[in-house]
Design a protein around this ligand. Structure first.
Ligand SMILES: Cc1ncc(COP(=O)(O)O)c(C=O)c1O
Length: 417
């Protein structure tokens, strides 16, 4: 098995290594393999926030709205053109992922997509939003079982659509599974859905900034995603939504807010949706939180998305190799696809005692997530995770398995896992 010195040699050869200094690492001995609920803080974000607070809010006051008013579209364009394989004018930064899902599903249902389809392992908020719409409007919700490691497959989607009337399906899936890390085949799944005359709504939360995304090339109709994971936008940072250009004028948001109104400052009597993707805006955006997104995007672009993906694959492969050598003998199983092209940037290690192990790991200075019922989710953000971090974290994990140190921890779940 690879030695610590060999892992350090990989870091010395890593072209992205210098960028680690551009994020805040307050405690270098604490290994941050959170998977990925919250990306690290870029140093430039501190500077940007100071400027927003002191100069733009403190001094400029309400006049600063002249520069804030189009921030949602400007950041949306940057995401569209550089991260999502879409075009300017198709992406808006707004609200949370949950609210964006609510708006896009509601708009699709109102335009005739009355059979909602998802997989039972999709992220809870996606399933709940779909359940909510199904109940409120009496439309059908079909939930199909997907493979626990490989995630939803095109063949499963085809089966789920077999009895759905042509042209009525809205299929809502995650590009990267929040639990297993499986990377769905967007092109193959879209092809199946399009053959049935349906639309696809992709949840890109665990994908954006971590894997290549080609919304146009795959003909995707709708998408949502967050900015606080691999994009390093900060806790609760606003999310984004994508609506393919040719659909924008025919769709209406179910939330008729004044930021989505044509000629907003005319304060007209009747709601008239704004042209383009702007109609999916709701109310006053959280400007400070939104301004915090851009430095993270710029840092990733400086790193280069291809180089990030290349390193992410190498990091996850290293973790899987260490799992094979050190952890499988302790009763762990791998909950993530072995094929690099079929996984995102986190690895799921499954064990019946995963919860207590996650608490023991935290005590040992290794931050991972626990996901019910039995998963340790190890996120390997390639911007700042070193090969030696992966080596050291897995070494600490095998030590606490050997000593059974985790048995001293309570199985009662903390409020946040
Ligand atoms: C795949 C996925 N979708 C949706 C969400 C929820 O997003 P939000 O809480 O920003 O609405 C998350 C949160 O972690 C997620 O991982």
């Amino acid at each position: 098995m690879i030695s610590r010195a060999e892992a350090e040699a990989l870091d010395r050869a890593d072209p992205l290594a210098p960028l680690r200094q551009r994020v805040v690492i307050a405690n270098p001995s604490r290994l941050y393999l959170d998977g990925n609920s919250l990306g690290r803080l870029p140093v430039a974000t501190r500077v940007r926030l100071q400027q927003v607070i002191d100069a733009e809010w403190g001094e400029g006051l309400v006049e600063s709205w002249a520069q804030w008013i189009d921030l949602d579209k400007r950041l949306g364009d940057k995401l569209a053109c550089h991260f999502l394989g879409a075009a300017a004018g198709e992406v808006l930064v707004s609200d949370s992922t949950t609210v964006n899902l609510y708006k896009l599903v509601g708009a699709a249902v109102a335009s005739g997509k009355t059979v909602l389809v998802t997989d039972g392992d999709n992220f809870p908020t996606d399933r709940y939003v779909l359940q909510g719409w199904a109940q409120q409007l009496g439309v059908t919700l079909n939930v199909f079982a997907s493979h626990p490691v490989y995630g939803p497959q095109a063949a499963e989607v085809a089966t789920a659509l077999r009895h759905v009337p042509h042209g009525t399906a809205l299929v809502c899936l995650s590009h990267v599974s929040y639990r297993s890390g499986a990377l769905a085949d967007m092109a193959a799944i879209n092809a199946v859905v399009h053959q049935a005359g349906g639309w696809v709504l992709w949840d890109l939360c665990h994908a954006v900034g971590a894997v290549p995304i080609a919304l146009h090339a795959t003909g995707t109709e709708l998408a949502v995603g967050c900015t606080y994971k691999y994009l390093n936008g900060g806790p609760g940072a606003p999310a984004f939504l994508y609506v393919r250009r040719d659909l924008q004028e025919t769709l209406r948001s179910p939330i008729w807010g004044w930021f989505g109104q044509r000629d907003q400052f005319a304060f007209g009597a009747q709601y008239q949706p704004a042209p383009g993707v702007q109609r999916f805006a709701t109310g006053t955006p959280p400007v400070v939180a939104m301004a915090a997104i851009e430095p993270g995007l710029d840092l990733l672009l400086e790193a280069g998305l291809e180089r990030l993906r290349h390193k992410s694959i190498a990091l996850t492969a290293l973790l899987i190799a260490l799992y094979d050598a050190w952890l499988a003998p302790y009763g762990f199983t791998l909950g993530t696809p072995r094929e690099p092209q079929r996984r995102g940037s986190h690895v799921a290690l499954r064990h019946p005692e995963a919860y207590r192990i996650s608490r023991a790991l935290l005590r040992a200075g290794v931050v991972v997530d626990f996901r019910e019922p039995d998963t340790l989710r190890c996120g390997l953000a390639p911007l700042y995770t070193r090969f030696v971090d992966v080596w050291e974290a897995m070494d600490r994990l095998r030590t606490l398995m050997a000593t059974q140190a985790y048995t001293a921890f309570s199985p009662t779940r903390a409020r946040v896992t």
